[in-house]
Design a protein around this ligand. Structure first.
Ligand code: SKM
Length: 165
C-alpha cells in the first residue's frame, strides 16, 4: 500500500488545503502529518516544540512519515520541514511526490504572522525567506511532480493535479 500522492513544500505552500481538495477529487482519504503527530502526542505542535524541543518533534515526524508511507493509500501532506531528514528523503523514493512550489510573497501572505508555527515565532519574514532558500533543493530532490502555486487558488491547483495523477 502506498499513498496516491505525498505533498511536500514550504509553510504556506498550501499542502493541507490543496491536499484535502485533491483527496476529495480522487475519492480517497486525506492525512496531514502534523495533525497525526499532534493526535499521537496529545498536544499541538507549538507545545511539543516548547516542552520537548524540535529534535523530539523531528523524531516523531520521521516515525510518523515512515509508518504512513507504508500503510496509507490516500493523499498525505508532510510538514514543511519533514524533508530535512535524509532518512525521510530516502523513504520517499519510489512514491508519487508532489512539490507545491511557492514564492516568498505568497508564502508570507498565506502563513500570516500568527501563532501555530513555532519556527516562525521569531523574525518570521527573515526565517521564512531562509527556510525557502535552504529547502528548495531538498523539495526538488524528492519531487516527481512540481506545481507552481503562486497566484493560484487551491481548487484550481487540486483540479490540475487530479488530472495529472
Ligand atoms: O511540521 C510543522 C512544524 O511547525 C515545523 C515546520 C517546518 O519546519 O517548516 C512546518 C510545520 O508543518
Amino acid at each position: 500500500m502506498s499513498p496516491r500522492a505525498v505533498l511536500v513544500g514550504a509553510p504556506g505552500a498550501g499542502k493541507t488545503t490543496v491536499g484535502r481538495l485533491l483527496a476529495e477529487r480522487l475519492g480517497v482519504p486525506f492525512l496531514d502529518a502534523d495533525s497525526a503527530i499532534e493526535a499521537e502526542a496529545g498536544k499541538p505542535i507549538p507545545e511539543i516544540f516548547f516542552d520537548e524541543g524540535e529534535e523530539h518533534f523531528r523524531a516523531l515526524e520521521r516515525a510518523t512519515v515512515a509508518a504512513t508511507l507504508e500503510s496509507f493509500d490516500g493523499v498525505f501532506a508532510l510538514g514543511g520541514g519533514a524533508i530535512l531528514a535524509a532518512e525521510t528523503r530516502k523513504a520517499l523514493a519510489g512514491h508519487t511526490v508532489v512539490y507545491l512550489e511557492v514564492g516568498f510573497a505568497d508564502a508570507l501572505s498565506r502563513v500570516g504572522l500568527g501563532a501555530g508555527r513555532p519556527l516562525l515565532a521569531i523574525n518570521p519574514r527573515a526565517t521564512l525567506k531562509h527556510l525557502l532558500d535552504q529547502r528548495r533543493p531538498l523539495y526538488e530532490e524528492v519531487a516527481t511532480v512540481t506545481v507552481a502555486t503562486d497566484g493560484l487558488d487551491p481548487d484550481a491547483i487540486a483540479a490540475d493535479l487530479a488530472a495529472r495523477l
